[in-house]
Design a binder for this molecule. Structure first.
Ligand code: SAM
Length: 373
């Protein structure tokens, strides 16, 4: 098709979309209160199947942009990170051949993990754009803002390490924001992350620490001395399949000295449930996390009650070419007992639960566990 003809076709589609918004047509926004739609979200004992059904009812809708302002920094959660088997969805490579028609024909309820597991943390371009989100002081999406990090690191230093210098392993360390602060307090830090841009930033800014660019499911840590503390923070644990999380926890235990401590900061069950029950949204941006060029992002979430997973899809439409790229990530929800079981099976004991790392963070909490001596 000639570009001019394609442009006319897109303009016609835009007019149709606008008309549908105005008429409350098939693109109609659901204005119901999310808590009303999903009454079970805050009640761990409630039957959550209603949410799954509700999700299906609305799976083909895209919301009215007037209902939620465009948010050019919105991005997949592993939140949050876990832009998410090999490492990532093979669809995440640009130019994966999807067209607008694939949107209309998409499955109304994805099978968890089947369309891809994570946003593409490891891709150089994506990781470069994500680095900007990690460092942003405008939001807490990829990493927490510095004042929160300062409070969390002070808590780790004082409450967990009793102010004593210690060798620390940070799994999924991002750009080294914890490492930087921990090194400043006299600790020795090894950080592991799959993001090339984050690791490059960390190496440049925290010369005193060691950073390894690797997948934490497979990283080889035998060359390091044992650690006193291992960290797996900011909900990243939920972005892995259960069997992968089991591997990561076992590897963390193997890397710790006897009596060494693991701090796991996962999402609560309810937080993952809420992510799976979000209403669809969309925004346009001149550039952003998903591309350096103008694009429109359509986001939809699904809660699967049977597997207790939230699957999110981000459909990225290139404004110049109308090429569609799909990113998909699944988050696994666990009840508190289940987290304890995972930790015990990996060789941890004396498990203590905290509201957060000294700083309250909605939807997240901390489990502090000791490797058996
Ligand atoms: C939510 S971010 C948190 C980063 C850091 N812990 C912080 O709070 O600033 C999750 C991090 O996990 C990393 N990640 C995701 N999957 C990974 C994997 N399989 N192996 C290593 N790192 C991974 C991402 O690149 C990202 O830096």
């Amino acid at each position: 098709m000639q570009p001019a003809a394609r442009e006319r076709e897109l303009a016609a589609e835009n007019r149709e979309t606008r008309r549908n918004h105005e008429e409350g047509g098939p693109w109609k926004q659901d204005h119901r209160d999310p808590d009303e739609q999903h009454p079970a979200a805050d009640d761990p004992d409630a039957d959550t199947a209603g949410c799954a059904r509700d999700r299906l009812d609305h799976a083909s809708e895209v919301c009215n942009p007037r209902a939620k302002p465009a948010d050019p920094v919105d991005y997949p959660r592993t939140l949050r990170c876990s832009p998410e088997a090999a490492i990532c969805n093979t669809d995440t490579a640009a130019g994966n051949g999807l067209k607008l028609s694939h949107l209309a024909e998409r499955s109304p309820a994805p099978t968890p993990w089947s369309e891809g597991e994570k946003i593409p943390w490891h891709e150089p371009g994506f990781s470069r754009r994500m680095l900007a989100e990690h460092l942003s002081q405008a939001h807490d999406r990829a990493s927490r803002r510095f004042e929160i990090l300062d409070g969390q690191v002070a808590w780790i230093h004082e409450q967990i390490l009793a102010g004593q210098p210690a060798p620390i392993l940070d799994l999924g360390c991002g750009p080294g924001l914890y490492a930087e602060r921990l090194v400043g307090l006299g600790h020795q830090v090894v950080g592991v992350d799959i993001s090339p841009a984050s690791i490059a930033h960390a190496r440049e800014h925290v010369g005193e620490a060691t950073f390894v660019e690797a997948d934490i499911r497979q990283v080889e840590l035998a060359g390091f001395d044992s650690f006193s503390l291992a960290l797996l923070l900011f909900g990243e644990a939920n972005s892995f399949r259960r069997r992968d999380l089991e591997t990561i926890l076992s590897n963390a235990a193997a890397a710790l000295e006897p009596g060494g401590v693991l701090i796991l900061e996962p999402h609560s069950f309810e937080a993952v449930h809420r992510i799976g029950c979000q209403s669809p949204t969309w925004y346009s941006a001149p550039h952003g996390l998903f591309a350096d060029e103008p694009y429109t992002c359509l986001h939809e979430s699904f809660w699967d009650d049977a597997s207790a997973t939230a699957t999110e899809r981000w459909w990225i439409i290139d404004s110049n070419t109308a090429e569609v790229t799909r990113h998909v990530g699944t988050l696994q929800a666990y009840r508190e007992d289940d987290y304890r079981l995972l930790l015990e099976n990996a060789g941890f004991q004396s498990i203590a639960q905290h509201d957060g790392l000294g700083v309250l963070q909605e939807g997240l909490f901390a489990l502090v566990a000791k490797k058996a001596s």
